[in-house]
Each structure stands twice: as structure tokens, then as C-alpha cells.
Ligand binder design. Sequence first.
Ligand code: AMP
Ligand code: MG
Length: 700
Amino acid sequence: MSNTKLRAAVLIVSETAAKDPSTDECGSILQKVFESDGGDQWDVAATEIVPDNALDIQRTITQWTDSGECMNLIVTSGGTGFAVKDITPEINSHGMLAASMAVTPCGFQAVSLNCPYNLYSLLVVAIMSRPVAGTRNKSIIVTLPGSPKGARENLQSVLKLLPHACQQAAGADSRALHAGGIKKLEKEAGVSSGAAVPIYEKNGHQHNRHHHHGHGHGHGHGHGHGHGHGHGGHSSPIAHADSDFHPRSNDPNAGPSRRHRTSPYPMLSVNEALKLIAENTPAPVPVKVPVDANLIGSVVAEDVRAAESVPTFRASIVDGYAIIVSEDVPSTKGVFPVPFFSHAQAGDIPELHPGQVARITTGAPLPPGATSVVMVEDTVLTSKIEKGDEEKEIEILTDAIRPGENVRETGSDVKAGDVILKRGEGITAVGGEFGLLASTGTREVYVFKRPVVGVLSTGDEIVQYDRPGELRIGEVRDTNRPTLLTLVRESGYEAVDLGVASDKPGVLEETLRAAMRKVDVIVTSGGVSMGELDLLKPTIERSLGGTIHFGRVAMKPGKPTTYATIPFKNNAGDRETRTIFSLPGNPASAVVTFHLFVLPSLQQASGISPVGLPRVKVVLDQDLHLDLYRAEYHRALVVMKRDGLLYANSTGAQRSSMIGSFKGANALLCLPAGKETLAKGNKVDALMMGKLVSALDSQL
Ligand code: AMP
Ligand code: MG
């Protein structure tokens, strides 16, 4: 061991202490533990207090781990923003331990996954007590509870082990250290693990935590069963509680020979998958927005009442003459003087007296006193004024005019205060809803926020679709991203281009983390097949602490479609959920699964009901072979023929890589799995993606 002391940093994570450092007790208590229990080996070189959010924590820790003179040890106290899942003193299951290490921000290496030689001693550190440990670069990071007592006891319980671990992390000859075995480490530290520690498996297979297989991982220590309690003068609880973290995904560090050879995700039916999506889609959130063209596609979040009446004045429905009809007027038939006129424009209009008429245009305000309007067709001109073209007198040819005839009374279309749109109603481009808002002078409405959707392609082979020049062998033009971006926008949602992420675990993780700050829903394509470069599932599950609700669906195309949610703390510190749809890489599969799974979720989140593509019955216009095992979503053109029925024709070859199978398609035929061929004339369900068209021969 070198003569210089080990450098330790203390990070207090607390909303309160960040505002008022005098409220913090942990900092000084931990400092004292280093002094009194640290065997004169420690120099507490830095202490920081940050609020409980991942960004601040991340920034501070990386300063300490990534600078030239990095810390040997970082202890954190408190903090729920530290991991995506809470890291609290109550974390007491080993599965959770591994999970927490895997989800710490800024790419902390989970020691159990990446550092075989550090692995065992560090896991002992972590497992002998409740703290959660990880490494980044050459620093060891140990998280402690936020309570002063818990922080002190936990640090005391592990402090003796930490110099060894720090040396290993800093690059000492870990083989030599390792040679002494865990017993040596334990002896030196005065503790004993007692035995079997259910270490998180390197190859990612799911193991019963209490049934540990010793197959050669390069650290095949004797793992027995049972747990040591209360050694070395302190009794750190060793938990038996089951973890809620059971990653099924491959461990990306395990290498190709360790990856799963069959998918560990259960194969769900499309309906089961849709049910999970419906259950996990966040509830719609009302937002106040201006009434403008962006409103089209939104759903109203609360009843909207008319601010004004339509019309706001008594208006004529026709071109003609305003007249007074009442019991005092014996007949409307006869010749009347025309002293003035009322045009459809703003301004004062003189009063009409009995025995007079006023020329009036459609939509113009009735003169005060007028009761009715007689259509110009029911009159003839009898005389003009001497100079010019103005009418002097007209004759009304009918006696059948009633009070109120051809008049739109004030508020007769819409009364001020009436509900014009109900909560849950959609604002379409057809015209009615927007027209009502516009005509009543409604300037702002509450609608449900429509999710912002980020679209990401993945794969080292993917190049920009418009890159000039020929492709090199292996390169593939990015078909999915531009296609999905247009699809998202056409479906009425704001789309954010997230670019292409390469098949490197860190890159994907960072890209997704950044994306979560910008968008509500992330749609990725590629990286969900069974290859060793397929990183989506492990990244979501292991690095981001997400929950994969399904990872396989019994459908053709689209089998590896993956749906996950990731807990996320926004900059204001509120807990939110981000949704990830990881669609298959093959372009036709990506587009089918977007329509089938992504769209209903976007619709539900924006308050649309019912969700999903409209389903209609269509008659097959040709024979179609069925897939033996999987329900197929077959691209087709549905047309209406002269008999009024809908007929479907396949767009041709349906291979999942062939995006061309979508050309000219407006529907997905829902074909069941089966042995037989469905003959022409059979009826099947079709999901309408595009507009229904009339067959040419059905045009009148
Ligand atoms: P993966 O699931 O990543 O193995 O991808 C399956 C197939 O889809 C591979 O042939 C990929 O090259 C292809 N692929 C993945 N992403 C895209 C994309 N954005 N555009 C075109 N092809 C893609
Ligand atoms: Mg790929």
C-alpha cells in the first residue's frame, strides 16, 4: 500500500440540505467516521451537497471520477434521484442491488457485470451491508442511506473493506489480491460473508438467487447456501426478500457465446400485447392551447362553452327587403317606399317605420323595428329615384309573410354559454369543431396533450437515406427513420428526429437518456432480434431500469416487437414515465407494428377513444396462403366496388424487409394462423391505414 492516503469524497443528496446546508448532519458525521474508523488511511478531499436529481448527482460524481486526480472513493448519502429506481436504505435484496448498480446514471459500470476481478470483493462490500456499490473509472462509489444514523452505521460496516476495493479499482494488481481469495480479504477486514452470495450472473441467465450454478465465469468461488449474520461486531441485515428485478435480456458484456439462443420473452398474442399497452399508457394530461390550426387532431379535455352568441345580431337569411309584419299591418302586399338599405357590414342602421321597407342583403343586420324579410324574388321594382340607380319603391307580391320569417335571431345558431364541445370530443379537419370554436370567438381551450414522439434508428450498418454515392458492402440506407417520422406527423403527433444510434451499449444508453428529456414516447427500430448486437432490451432493462412489458408477439411480421416503460424524473423533479416502442429493424415490420401498437398508445395518451385503426370486413379478391403459426398482417388495397362491398387485393410479396409491400396499400388484412389457403370470396377483417377508395368501375 502506498504511503499517501486514499482520497474520499462525500456527496450529500438532499433537497432540503441543498437549499440550506446548515440542515445537513450527514456530512460531518461521515467525515468523523473516516477519521475515527478509517485507520488513518483516508483523506476526505471533498464534500458536496446537491439536490435530489440525477443530473446534479451525475455532474458532481463525474467531476470526481473523470478528472485527472480522481477520488478513490465516493460515498453518497440519501438521494432518490440517484438511480432510476429508488436507492434507499430499504434496498435490501441482492437482485435490487444489481439492478441499482445497473441503472445508476452516467454509465457507472456495474461491477458485477464488468469487472471480474473487482467483482467479488465489491460484492462482499455491498452484500455484507446494505450500501450499493459500483465503480466508475478508478473510483468506487458507495451509496448510503440519507439518515445520519443509517449513513454512519453503513459506512462503518464497509469502511474496512474499502481500501482493498479502492486499490483494485485504481489498478493495483488485482490478480495478486485476488489470489488470496475472499477468505483473505474477509480475514483482513474482520468480517465473513459466511458463504453464498447470490451473485448476479454474468451471462444474464435467470437463476434462482438461492441456487447458484458455478459454471466457469472466471470467478468460480465456492458458493454455498446460507447467509452469515452479525459478524465483526455489527449486524448488517442480509436480505431474503425477492427482487422485483429479473432481467430477461442478454448481458451485452457476456459475448456472443453467452447470449440466449432462444428468446426468453414469452410470446404474446397481439391482443395480449395491446392490453399491456393500454394498461401502461400514461393517462392523458390536459393543457391549455390557443385555438389555431395545430388544434386539429386534439381531443377536448373539458367542456367548452360559447363565449359569444352566433349570430350576435338579428340577421337576414336572404337578399330581400326588411319589413314590419304585425297585427297592425293589414297586408304586406302592395307598394312600399325603400328609404334606406342594410348591407352585411358593421355600422348603425336607421329604424324602420310601419309602411316602409329597407333593402337588405344576406347576413346583414335587420333594422330596428323590422320583424321579417321578404325575398327579393317575391318583389318587383316599381320606381327608381330620379338621379342614379337607387330604388325608390318596390311592390311586394305576397301576403303570406309571417313575423320572424327569413330572420336568424340573435343566438339562434349558438347561444353564449352553451356547451359547444364536450370533453372527449375530437377536433377534426372536417370542419365542425374548429368552426364552432372560431365562430364563437373561443381563443383558448383545454385539450389533452399529444405525446411528442422521438424516432431513432439503430445499427452500425445504417447510413443516412440521402447520403450520396454508392453503398459499401454491408451498408443499408435508413429506411425506417424517415418513414416513421412522416407516419408520426401524418398521424397528428409532433415527431423528433433522434438520428441513428450505433450498436454500442453506451451510445444507445446515452441516446435514450437524452431522448427521454426531449420526448414522451421513443420509437426505435432494429436491435431487437436475437443477435449479439441487439442491445435494446438489455439497455432498457439493465441500464435504464425500465420494465419490458413484452418482448415478443405472435404475429407476422413484427415478432420481436418490444414495449417498455422507463421511470423518469424530469428537471422539475417530478416522476414521469417514458414509453419505448422498440420495433423490428425490417422496414415492413417496423411500419406494420407502428400502425398496430404505437398508434393506439399515442391515441390513448391523447384522449382519443376508441383507439386503433378502423376495422372493417372485406371480401378477398384473390386466394391467400395462411402462415401456419402466426397471425399475419397482410398489406392490401381495399376498394369499394359497385355492389357497395369492400374488396381486398394483396400488394404482392410480403417479406418483412420489403417496404415496397406498403406501396399502394391502404389496409392490413388480419389473417389468422392456419394450414389452409383462404380462397377468394372469403371475408376477413381489415385495418384501414389509409383512405378507402372506390374502384374505378364503381365511379358514377
Ligand atoms: P436488427 O433487428 O437490428 O437485426 O435489424 C433487422 C434487419 O433490419 C437488418 O437487416 C437491418 O439491417 C435492417 N434494418 C434495421 N434498421 C433499419 C433501418 N433503419 N432501415 C433499413 N433497414 C434497417
Ligand atoms: Mg441492428
